[in-house]
Design a protein around this ligand. Structure first.
Ligand code: NAD
Ligand code: DAU
Length: 353
């Protein structure tokens, strides 16, 4: 795979994508990284200020829902491989607007698969289509088992159904057209540059501003948290050394009930903000549960660990400290992404709870 030159990364202006782009641009000067992003509410050019002038970096504002535009990108940029992250990614938004998840996550992925197939019709040597997916495709755990790569798909939200459908299309193109692909299904990520509609940055921002901390239901739901830079490192390993046609689960062996995680964050923030112990936790407010809220996700990452030697590099406590420090050191970033349209979303999302 080391001969590949033109790598298309979709969704590179988003949370995980920006970490992947930064890693590839800086670590692989021999690659030309083409970051394709529609810059929806979740895409932010500020996330990549530090690499945007690199000579091996190109940004393309384009929409994966537009088939012709995708075909053009493949021919104009002579794409050798794709790391596909662009998606509508927030479960709550998928409940209020499922169709945009169908058009971006399903149709958009099929547009990219078609563009790759046509552009690579001369031969698949050195080509690779990497689909970045989620553990949510496996559904909701109600016992103490873990998701394996062989766990049957059982998506429960419009978001996870759209990601499951896109995974199925990637595998179908592998089977039907022999398109070389890999898929990874990862657990919940946290870290810098995450849009504050997701649990951890939303809580950090609200604690900082002494606003209510909206915990859905009883806060008993469990998520398996992984530091985003460890996810980017796993993507790097799988991209270079993963076996075509294979799926790898990625996770942090790090399960937390939401309410325990919010208490942990409150404690860290009390310390960082010089507040009395227990001060921030007073902001916790139980609100109406998410519709169809999956109870528990937990990944068995044994395959990627055994076969590719990947492991999380830091503990959750270290990762959370770094994450909190980053948000506290970057109030401008938070201010920019929480102005305007996001305020309308926030008011509508939490008013009825
Ligand atoms: P994000 O919402 O932060 O970023 C998504 C990016 O995709 C944004 O930059 C957005 O502008 C872009 N985008 C959206 N629609 C587009 C379109 N039609 N055309 C082109 N670009 C478009 O998402 P994220 O949390 O960084 O997730 C990235 C990927 O990783 C997604 O595929 C998601 O399903 C998957 N994933 C996320 C997590 C997580 O915890 N965040 C965990 C596992 C897998
Ligand atoms: O598991 C991987 C998935 O993790 C990714 O595929 C998704 O893209 C990503 O958004 C994430 O999905 P979740 O729904 O688990 O993440 P979210 O941060 O929205 O919520 C985490 C948990 O916290 C979930 O149980 C719902 C709860 N929650 C969330 C918000 C936003 C609250 O209790 N209050 C909140 O305000």
């Amino acid at each position: 795979m080391s001969t590949q030159r033109n790598i298309l990364i979709t969704g590179g202006a988003g949370f995980i994508g920006s970490h992947v782009v930064r890693r590839f641009v800086t670590k692989y000067p021999g690659y030309r990284i083409i970051n394709l992003d529609a810059l929806t509410y979740a895409g932010n050019m500020e996330n990549l200020r530090d690499v945007e002038k690199a000579s091996n970096y190109v940004f393309l504002k384009a929409d994966i829902r537009e088939a012709e535009a995708m075909n053009k990108v493949f021919t104009e940029h002579d794409i050798d491989a794709v790391i596909h992250l662009a998606a509508e990614s927030h479960v709550d938004r998928s409940i209020s607007d499922p169709m945009s998840f169908v058009t971006t996550n399903v149709v958009g992925t099929v547009n990219l698969l078609n563009a790759a197939r046509v552009a690579w019709k001369g031969g698949y040597d050195g080509k690779r289509f990497y689909h970045v997916s989620t553990d949510e495709v496996y559904g909701s755990l109600h016992d103490d088992s873990l998701f394996l790569e062989t766990t049957p798909y059982d998506p429960q939200s419009p978001y996870s159904a759209s990601k499951a459908a896109s995974d199925h299309f990637v595998r179908a193109y592998g089977n039907t057209y022999k398109l070389p692909f890999v898929i990874t299904n990862c657990s919940n990520n946290y870290g810098s540059h995450q849009f504050p509609e997701k649990l951890i940055p939303l809580m950090i921002n609200n604690i900082r501003n002494s606003k209510p901390l909206p915990v859905y239901g009883k806060g008993e739901n469990v998520r398996d948290w992984l530091w985003v830079e460890d996810h980017a490192a796993a993507i790097d390993e799988v991209f270079h050394r993963g076996v075509n046609g294979e799926t790898y689960n990625i996770g942090g062996h790090n399960e937390w009930k939401n309410i325990d995680l919010v208490h942990l964050l409150c404690g860290i923030m009390d310390r960082k903000l010089g507040r009395a112990e227990g001060e921030s936790a007073k902001l916790i407010t139980y609100v109406t549960d998410r519709a169809g809220h999956d109870l528990r996700y937990a990944i068995d990452a044994g395959k990627v660990e055994r076969e590719l030697g990947w492991r999380p590099s830091i503990t959750f406590e270290q990762g959370l400290e770094r994450t909190v420090d980053w948000y506290l050191a970057n109030p401008d970033w938070m201010e920019h992404v929480t102005s305007g349209a996001y305020r309308d979303y926030y008011d509508a999302q939490y008013a009825a709870r």
